[in-house]
Design a protein around this ligand. Structure first.
Ligand code: SF4
Length: 458
């Protein structure tokens, strides 16, 4: 029996094929091929390889091997150790790169009440907002919307009652608190409303206290109490550096007492970025720059936050990291947020999933798991990312996307397979419209016309 030639994609290569656009990503070397295919023979060849039943291995005919475009594609794949050709009597078996065990995890969780109960074990982070009305922060936009984008203290004049910590204790009573990796307490922790029971209840957990830098009273009771406890750290939120003195004193306090802390400078434009860099150049400070969308600075976000091709493909992701993005939103997963009125959220930009005063933990978790609110909000569930070959390479959606009401904070148009700066690029908005209710709605006619203009046919 004569041997046949088989083309196969290596097991460690991640592939995605959407509307003539293919991505082959080598998870060992992070080298990749991303092309929009217009040639019919090559398109047919790739469709055959990626047909589910073919398990990414096909026999290659002599005509295909002689076809210059297919041969060029095969050579490129071989150069990058993405795919190869093997001669064999029978079709070789190449293992599927997708872990079967997890393939339908979302569905199995939804259909299985046991899994929903086990969802308690999925909780990894609790975020508890305490009342922060007594604040020295005067930034109205930050006070109104900061908590929806970053873990900035929550201010709401209408909520006049502080959630008692006892209520949280009751709510969490049958949970294994030790499993929780991190607790964030956000707000004016030095105010009289601050409840010391938190420190006792979570004594064995890692707690991070988030507070507005001017609200921290270095001579108050809290500053003294905190020095007696372990596993604690601070985040100081700073929206301007006018009171440099306070930053220096806080820095001195945390260094002297060996408390891990981060100074988070909130920036809304390039000028503020430069100011912070200039200031931090003069001192030793553990700091981060945190962008804030104030509804008037979309240009700042486009220039500094939106993903470029380099940002996405330079992440050096391994197989495991890519697959985890297929099933969960790694930024949201396992996180719960409690507001002072008792409302519980899995993401603060969408509706609450329960109320700590009236609902049980299992009801709340079921709500999250069954409604795909945040934990399982992967890019293949939202447009236009659903139509994009980079959907599982791209970083997961953040609060910024939710707040700006635009899923694709990037410079890529997946409908025409063009990055900004490439010939023929037009923004994704030219291929459809964003509506508040439905999100992005594609206009297929426009997409076809644009693709004919840009790509034509070989
Ligand atoms: S369209 Fe979505 S998945 Fe594609 S690069 Fe942009 S943000 Fe990422």
């Amino acid at each position: 029996m004569s041997k046949k030639k088989y083309f196969y994609i290596e097991q460690y290569v991640y592939s995605n094929f959407v509307n003539n656009n293919i991505l082959l990503y080598n998870t060992f070397t992070n080298k990749f091929i991303d092309v929009f295919i217009t040639n019919k023979e090559l398109l047919n060849f790739i469709e055959r390889v990626l047909l589910k039943d073919n398990l990414r291995t096909i026999d290659v005919s002599q005509e295909e091997l002689k076809n210059v475009i297919i041969a060029k594609f095969i050579n490129k794949c071989r150069d990058l150790f993405i795919a190869d050709i093997i001669e064999s009597d029978s079709k070789p078996f190449i293992m599927s790169p997708i872990p079967k065990l997890n393939q339908n995890i979302r569905e199995s969780i939804k259909g299985n009440s046991e899994h929903v109960l086990n969802a308690k074990n999925m909780i990894k982070e609790l975020n508890y907002f305490i009342d922060s009305k007594k604040t020295l922060c005067t930034n109205i936009k930050l006070k109104a919307n900061g908590y929806k984008q970053i873990l900035f203290p929550f201010y709401n004049a209408e909520i006049d009652k502080q959630l008692e910590f006892l209520t949280i204790e009751k709510f969490l009573f049958d949970m294994n608190i030790q499993n929780i990796e991190k607790i964030n307490i956000i707000g004016n922790i030095c105010s009289e409303n601050y409840n010391n029971e938190i420190l006792v209840f979570f004594k064995n957990n890692f707690i991070q206290f988030h507070t507005y830098y001017l609200d921290f009273d270095l001579n108050g009771t809290f500053a003294t109490e905190i020095l007696k406890t372990k596993n604690k750290s601070f985040v100081f939120w700073i929206d301007n550096i006018i009171v440099e003195d306070q930053i220096l004193k806080l820095n001195e306090f945390v260094i002297k007492n060996n408390i891990y802390s981060i100074f988070k400078f909130i920036v809304t434009n390039e000028h503020e970025v430069n100011q912070v860099i200039e200031f931090t150049n003069t001192i030793t400070l553990n700091y981060e720059l945190i962008p804030f969308f104030n509804q008037t600075n979309i240009d700042f976000f486009e220039n500094n936050i939106f993903n470029t091709k380099k940002d996405i493909l330079n992440q050096k992701l391994n197989e495991r990291e890519i697959f985890s993005k297929m099933y969960i939103n790694i930024l949201n997963y396992g996180k719960l947020y409690f507001l002072p009125n008792g409302a519980i959220y899995s993401n603060l930009n969408i509706n609450p999933i329960g109320n700590i005063i009236n609902d049980e933990l299992s009801y709340t978790l079921k709500n999250e798991v069954l409604n795909d609110n945040a934990w399982f909000k992967t890019r293949d569930t939202i447009l236009p990312c659903k139509n994009c070959i980079y959907q599982f390479i791209c970083p997961p959606t953040t609060n910024y996307e939710k707040f700006i009401n635009k899923n694709n904070l990037c410079h890529y148009n997946p409908y025409i397979a063009k990055w900004q700066g490439e010939e023929g690029y037009v923004p994704v908005e030219k291929c459809g419209t964003y509506t508040k209710e439905k999100g992005f709605v594609v206009n297929k006619r426009k997409v076809n016309t644009l693709n004919k203009q840009i790509w034509g046919e070989e």
